[in-house]
Design a protein around this ligand. Structure first.
Ligand SMILES: Cc1cc2nc3c(=O)[nH]c(=O)nc-3n(C[C@H](O)[C@H](O)[C@H](O)COP(=O)(O)O)c2cc1C
Length: 256
């Protein structure tokens, strides 16, 4: 039996793994309970599957469709699925941009750092083709709004334009960049943090009780491989919290 085939059997793999390092230590660990499964250490092994499963484990990822402007005045637009809100008071966000194969920072990072702003545009089902086109690696002197076929709308504070066709936007003030070194240029990532300083929501995507109409907006999310999802169905669950302030905070009530 080869090492790879052992991995499909949790108990056998663990025993073999311990024997492998027998000269170092004997440990007693809980057996890998449950269904047979594979596992691997991404620091030293390739995933024993035809496609790397890592990105499929965190799904769906919201898309940071980010617009910026360069010092030369060229509008830039690109999607980042390594995007998140981090906290809400004050609202802080981040996106993580891997460097190019040549080891350069992407235009979005350079523009956010040099102008001090970036703008988030909500990526929706209707805008999916434009999102995809804006991911192409156009040179920095190309206006990516024009290439993606979307319209520029002005911002209140940020110098960059918003995507007029998108129903929700956040103007973000650049905070800082943290670089995590990778094994190669593309593994090296610039994590850009920002504070949300303006929120724009189109009137027709607000429900009569004052919430975002997600079913109408139909946001898209990134899955693994070339897969996406679209959100048209949601459900509600209330945490059985004891402190009502926690519930009000989670609900996002404006008076808390
Ligand atoms: C849906 C989607 C999500 C993406 N997410 C990321 C990401 O999280 N990080 C990244 O570095 N590139 C990501 N890309 C690739 C960038 O969009 C692409 O490199 C783009 O050209 C960067 O543009 P810029 O150089 O104008 O900043 C993604 C592409 C697509 C289609």
């Amino acid at each position: 039996m080869g090492w790879d085939s052992l991995k499909t059997n949790g108990a056998a793999y663990q025993l073999a793994n311990q024997l492998r390092f027998a000269n170092v230590t004997w440990t007693v660990r809980l057996p890998h309970q449950g269904f047979p499964h594979m596992h691997y250490d991404p620091r030293s092994e390739r995933a024993p599957l035809p496609y790397d499963p890592f990105k499929s484990c965190t799904v769906p990822r919201p898309i940071g469709w980010i617009s910026t402007i360069s010092n030369a005045g060229i509008a830039n637009l690109a999607p980042f699925s390594q995007w998140q809100n981090l906290t809400f008071d004050p609202p802080m966000v981040m996106f993580a941009s891997n460097q190019t194969p040549d080891g350069k920072r992407k235009d979005t990072v350079v523009n956010a750092e040099t102008t001090g702003f970036f703008v988030w545009n909500m990526a929706t089902w209707d805008l999916r083709e434009a999102v995809n086109i804006s991911a192409a690696d156009f040179p920095s002197d190309v206006d990516e709004f024009e290439r993606a076929g979307v319209t520029k709308a002005g911002c209140v504070l940020a110098p960059a334009p918003r995507v007029a066709e998108s129903p929700v936007h956040m103007e973000c003030k650049y905070h800082s960049t943290t670089r995590l070194p990778g094994r190669g240029p593309m593994g090296t990532v610039d994590i850009v943090f920002g504070e949300v300083v303006q929120v724009h929501i189109r009137d027709d995507v607000i429900t009569s009780d004052g919430r975002l109409d997600i079913a109408k907006i139909a946001p898209i999310g990134r899955m693994g491989y070339y897969d996406y999802c679209v959100i048209r169905e949601t459900f509600e669950m209330v945490i059985p919290a004891l402190d009502p302030r926690l519930l009000q905070g989670l609900e996002g009530r404006g008076d808390v």
